[in-house]
Design a protein around this ligand. Structure first.
Ligand SMILES: *[C@@H]1O[C@H](CO)[C@@H](O)[C@H](O)[C@H]1NC(C)=O
Length: 365
């Protein structure tokens, strides 16, 4: 309908003004849209969100929850946050064996303590390793860097939700002073500076007590997977609705302090179905229970890999699927030259978002 309307309108314009001016207008509009691609994405996503109170049920009590992983085998001093007073704490979910990824993060964005005049801190969340050699190595790593938080549960993909529970409980108990908590996977190129800029731009006014914010890349209207052999299996008894409440992709999302408090309480009270729900779905369900709606941010990368370009990466808050070698390389390049100009960032963001999109539609492009 809309397209036909546009088409008719275009033909009329061509008749009236001739072809060249109309083509120019079209090209100009596309370029202009490219410059503001992130705003357009935000707007389109907000139109498609299913909102609180849609047609979905909550998690039903089903099985005895496994031991709550709210004890910590390794962690920095309990006073770490009282001393450092971070404005932003980033908790990186990492697997015990990913030593290189953790080191790359420490050597790049995770090593920063002051960003844009704010104190920031990065710690790693882990579970227990089944291998005793690895267990010993983790203890050494914790002693050397004092940045590991290890919960009392076996670290496995199926147990990721326990890691999140453990993380939320830790943050509530040991780091209530942080105004923002970012949860990031260890294969994500994260950009605290871009995040703080994004926060200031959208919610500004530092002194005001914040609302309950839960933002990242929002997944819309995801249907539960009832195939028992699937990695993301969700039993029909555990979730009665047809679509999950909209939730932020688990690769990277951010919570404001009030949201951490509410969400961690809701999560601690939620019954845990077996097998455990995917981590991000679980957080979305708890947020829904707590009455917190997610906010979509186009600066968090989603499925399609975002091709590296300096100005684009300066603007993006998170880019998924970044290997540790790439992380070191990109970080060095991003900081080798002065920051990109406004036009540089806008153009580069438009181009890299478009390339990611096209690459997703036609793999191999
Ligand atoms: C999850 O962690 C619990 C507690 O350590 C453990 O008993 C269980 O085997 C783990 N589950 C999986 C699937 O790894």
């Amino acid at each position: 309908m809309v397209i036909r309307g546009l088409w008719v309108c275009k033909i009329r314009l061509v008749k009236h003004f001739g072809l060249t001016p109309v083509l120019c207008l079209l090209v100009f509009s596309c370029l202009f849209a490219g410059l503001f691609i992130d705003y357009i994405e935000s707007w389109v996503t907000s139109l498609r969100m299913n909102g609180v109170g849609g047609t979905h049920g909550g998690i039903l009590p089903q099985s005895v929850p496994p031991t709550r992983p709210e004890e910590y085998l390794l962690m920095p001093s309990p006073l770490v946050c009282q001393r450092a007073k971070p404005y932003l704490i980033t908790l990186v979910t990492s697997a015990p064996a990913n030593t290189k990824a953790r080191q790359a993060i420490r050597d790049t964005w995770g090593g920063e303590v002051h960003v844009r005049g704010y104190r920031v801190m990065t710690l790693f969340m882990l579970g227990q390793a089944s291998d005793p050699v690895l267990t010993k190595q983790l203890a050494d790593e914790a002693r050397e860097h004092a940045d590991l938080v290890q919960g009392r549960f076996l670290d496995s993909y199926a147990n990721l939700t326990l890691k999140t529970l453990s993380m939320l409980a830790w943050a509530r108990r040991f780091c209530p002073e942080a105004r923002f908590l970012a949860k990031v996977d260890d294969d994500v190129m994260f950009n605290p500076s871009a995040l703080l800029q994004y926060i200031n731009l959208n919610w500004g006014a530092e002194e005001r007590e914040l609302d309950e914010l839960y933002f990242g890349r929002v997944h819309l209207r995801v249907e539960p997977d009832h195939n028992p052999t699937s990695k993301h299996y969700f039993s029909k008894d555990a979730f009665a609705g047809t679509v999950f409440p909209d939730y932020c992709s688990g690769t990277a999302y951010v919570l404001s302090r009030p949201a951490v408090l509410k969400l961690s309480l809701a999560a601690a009270a939620a019954p845990l179905p077996k097998p455990l729900p995917p981590e991000d779905v679980f957080v979305g369900l708890c947020a829904h229970t707590a009455g917190i709606t997610p906010t979509h941010s186009p600066l968090f990368s989603g499925g399609p890999p975002v091709p590296y370009s300096r100005c684009c990466y300066q603007a993006m808050v998170s880019v998924h699927h970044t290997q540790h070698e790439e992380m070191l390389q990109y970080w060095a390049d991003m900081h080798s030259k002065p920051p990109c100009s406004w036009v540089g960032v806008r153009t580069s963001l438009g181009v890299c978002k478009l390339r990611a999109l096209l690459g997703d539609l036609w793999p191999g492009l």
